[in-house]
Design a protein around this ligand. Structure first.
Ligand SMILES: Cc1cc2nc3c(=O)[nH]c(=O)nc-3n(C[C@H](O)[C@H](O)[C@H](O)COP(=O)(O)OP(=O)(O)OC[C@H]3O[C@@H](n4cnc5c(N)ncnc54)[C@H](O)[C@@H]3O)c2cc1C
Length: 434
């Protein structure tokens, strides 16, 4: 274990800062248990950190920051069941190729992969797909160090299981995770520009895709549709040609988009025209590649984000209300709005708990103010019984969140059992859990 007086910490988006009292890199579950027990005895706090990819202050601490990047190996895998046991600090980026080498994959992923497995599941990180669920749904067991420094194995039969898979870092330090993987698969990706009204009219059909999402360019009717469907095992791969990848993903999506945001920040009045040009510059593309490489894209333009799960049927109203707000407010936003889908699940604090959702994400370039835009969007999502992503900006507090989650108080009761002295507390948890 190594411990140090750390430099100030900041998250990926550069909107959360903290000064931890110590930064510790444990290398075993026993060391984590020792650190937690010591903190409890001293009346101080501990906060495990993943990749710092949350936009909220969920990972911020002025206590001891635990970095689990030294606990990042694959412990075992069972070829029969497809289950894989990993140390919780492993990143999705490192896990992907190791799963592929075992002939396995995660059933679904979000759109980037630097997150740690523990960080991703703790906030309910999800991808898209009307029949698909978040990454935490693949968890079939985990090892938790509680606030008393006890090591507890939680399997599907354990009474804490449905609370522990999406636990906001509030129940303890997750040190190992067992994931139910699926046989490695490839996806046929089709990306095409469309008019927003056509996308909304065709929604029922698109939701038949394995993984469907779309991006809508504010102030326009332009949208980019992404449809990813599984292909039969053995289908030859047809990855994006290197030059096309460089042009689309590196130059257009990241390089030019960075410049677009800089220009838009300097002259916001130009944004509607820029968005129209961006929308019409999109061209269709099609490829077949390993699932991990299709799900994940480079994200080099820094931004802040707020994303909410709303009941699927509410989506057309939500979009219409956002359109009206853009028209009435004069706010100019260059970042496309991302819309994704997921099936209902049974995880108490998952945004997907017992509800089929559409996910609507609003973004703003990190150097532009986002507060007015996100507050207006939040008011729209909130009025539709929206559930905010735990890792993305929102200002809901416990009273409101209790109305959105039937098992909210059951979660709090388990927290009382696992962390009665609030060793894992921080301001964000006080906001959302009370
Ligand atoms: C560019 C970008 C793209 C994104 N894309 C998506 C997306 O497609 N879909 C989506 O749903 N989200 C997305 N997110 C959000 C992101 O997936 C979540 O915020 C995720 O939690 C970040 O993981 P992390 O490892 O960085 O965790 P952190 O942000 O470091 O921590 C998140 C929480 O997990 C806790 N935690 C970390 N490790 C442990 C542990 N070992 N035990 C217990 N608790 C722990 C932390 O204490 C904290 O409470 C994106 C974020 C960014 C910046």
């Amino acid at each position: 274990m190594s411990a140090a007086s750390p430099a100030p910490w900041r998250n990926w988006a550069r909107n959360q800062y903290a000064q931890p009292s110590r930064m510790i890199r444990p290398s075993s579950t026993a060391e984590v248990a020792e650190i937690v027990a010591e903190a409890r005895a001293a009346g101080t706090t501990v906060k495990p950190l993943g990749a710092g990819h949350s936009f909220t202050g969920i990972a911020a601490t002025d206590g001891a920051q635990l970095r689990l990047d030294g606990m990042s190996t694959v412990r075992w895998h069972d070829p029969e069941s497809g289950r894989v046991r990993v140390q919780a600090g492993i990143s999705l980026h490192a896990l992907g190729p190791q799963l592929r080498a075992l002939g396995l994959a995660l059933p679904n992923m979000g759109d980037v992969d630097p997150q740690s497995v523990a960080g991703a599941i703790s906030t309910g990180t999800h991808g898209t797909g009307a029949r698909a669920r978040g990454i935490a749904h693949a968890v079939v067991g985990l090892q938790l160090v509680t606030g008393a420094g006890e090591v507890v194995e939680i399997d599907e039969a354990h009474p804490w299981f449905d609370a522990a898979r999406v636990s906001l870092g509030a129940l303890g330090v997750i040190t190992e995770v067992t994931l139910q993987c699926v046989p490695a698969f490839a996806l046929h990706a089709v990306e095409q520009p469309m008019r927003l009204p056509e996308v909304l009219e065709g929604l029922a059909g698109f939701l038949g895709d394995d993984h469907f999402e779309f991006y809508w360019f504010p102030h326009t009717e332009s949208a980019l549709v992404k449809r990813n469907n599984r292909v039969a095992q053995g289908t030859p791969l047809r990855p994006v040609a290197r030059i096309r990848h460089l042009w689309d993903d590196e130059i257009l999506s990241n390089g030019v988009f960075g410049a677009v945001n800089a220009v838009g920040a300097a002259v916001p009045a130009w944004i509607p025209r820029i968005n129209r040009i961006s929308g019409s510059a999109l061209s269709p593309r099609e490829y077949v590649d390993h699932s991990h490489d299709v799900f994940v894209s480079p994200r080099r333009v820094r931004f802040v984000e707020s994303e909410w799960a709303v009941p699927r049927d509410a989506l057309p109203d939500v979009i219409a209300e956002l359109q009206r707000w853009f028209a009435a407010s004069g706010e100019r936003v260059a970042f496309p709005i991302e819309v994704r889908f997921a099936a209902a699940d049974d995880i108490w604090l998952s945004t997907g708990y017992a509800r089929e959702n559409a996910y609507v994400a609003v973004h703003q370039w990190f150097r532009r103010p986002h507060e007015r835009y996100f507050a207006a969007a939040q008011a729209i999502f909130d009025a539709h019984e929206g559930r905010p992503h735990w890792g993305k900006l929102h200002t809901l507090t416990a009273d409101r969140l209790r109305e959105r989650y039937a098992r909210f108080d059951d979660f709090r009761a388990i927290r009382e059992a696992t962390d009665p002295d609030r060793v894992f507390d921080n301001p964000y948890l006080r906001q959302v859990l009370g």
